[in-house]
Design a protein around this ligand. Structure first.
Ligand SMILES: CC(=O)N[C@@H]([C@@H](O)[C@H](O)[C@H](O)CO)[C@@H](O)CC(=O)C(=O)O
Length: 293
């Protein structure tokens, strides 16, 4: 039961919503196409934070998994984020995405309640127990409050279906320890603004929200860094971080969507409780797009 090791540049896919909060299928398809045809990503991370997943119902999550697979076919790799506080939903979605042909599953660490590590481990083992697919742990302690030590990662990896980690943290000591301890596991950088140091430390790839717009630069950073061309990689990281700084100031997901609209992609709106775009936000986002692209 060996699963292919995932690597490369993955956009954490945005979701296009209509103004009333329903899924805009045409927009989701255009987002997938833009990532394949223009950003030239190796894969998509579907149903993550960037997809506004934690505000969606089960059927909506299914619908997005279906549309994305139908549009992407086998052109790129697809990872389905199925983590949820409702473990029955996670088990169901794990099977659903596997049946659709997703190359991997991923699940955010269970959050809100202070789960013990034994409970976290049981959560992952339960989600993948009855599916023939691999699982990438979604480690994002700044949003979940859940930390995992190297020893605990080792315990998770005792289950050979757990094949990697999306590491959205700025703890480079832990990242280095992870790389040394688990050279065969797929390790993805999750903070786009820290991609260069993460690549130097040996990540296999990166998964990011800003790649939906800035995917070409993301690949340049990754490739330059892996070739040892640190000066060249840093030059691109500097421009990337100017872009990310401007985007974060103006509102992350909304600004990325408005930028994509400027590029001709029907990226739609964000889903409530995220707010509507103000005129000022739209104006700023358009300026950001034309400044960097
Ligand atoms: C919270 C969040 O959106 N984190 C992003 C980053 O790409 C992040 O947006 C970026 O580095 C800007 O800070 C990814 O780690 C998230 C991600 O991959 C996901 O959508 O699940």
């Amino acid at each position: 039961m060996a699963y292919p090791k995932l690597q490369g540049i993955y956009s954490a896919l945005l979701t296009s919503f209509n103004h009333d909060g329903t899924i805009n299928e045409k927009g989701v398809r255009e987002l997938v196409r833009y990532n394949i045809d223009v950003n030239k990503v190796d894969g998509l991370y579907v149903g993550g934070s960037t997809g506004e997943n934690f505000m969606l119902g089960t059927q909506e999550k299914e619908e997005i998994f279906k549309i994305v697979k139908d549009e992407a076919k086998d052109q790129i790799k697809l990872i389905a984020q199925v983590g949820s506080l409702n473990i029955k939903e996670s088990v169901h979605l794990a099977k659903f995405a596997t049946d659709l042909g997703y190359d991997s599953l991923s699940a955010v660490t269970p959050f809100y309640y202070k789960f013990s590590f034994a409970e976290v481990k049981d959560y992952y083992n339960t989600i993948i127990e009855n599916v023939d697919n691999q699982m990438i742990v979604y480690f994002i302690p700044f949003l979940t409050g859940v930390n995992i030590s190297i020893e605990q990662f080792g315990e998770l990896f005792a289950n050979e279906k757990i094949t990697g980690c999306k590491f959205t943290a700025g703890d480079f000591y832990l990242l280095e320890r992870f790389r040394k301890a688990f050279p065969d596991k797929a390790l993805f950088a999750g903070f786009d603004e820290m991609m260069l140091p993460a690549t130097v430390l040996g990540v296999d790839g990166a998964i990011g929200s800003t790649f939906n717009v800035n995917g070409v630069r993301a690949r340049q950073i990754f490739d330059f860094a892996r070739e040892g061309k640190i000066k060249e990689a840093l030059d691109v990281q500097h421009v990337t971080n100017d872009f990310i700084t401007d985007v974060l100031k103006n509102g992350l997901y909304g600004t990325l969507k408005i930028c994509l609209q400027e590029a001709g992609v029907d990226a739609g709106y964000c889903r409530k409780p995220m707010g509507d775009y103000s005129d000022e936000m739209i104006e700023n986002a358009k300026k950001i797009y034309h400044k960097y692209f």
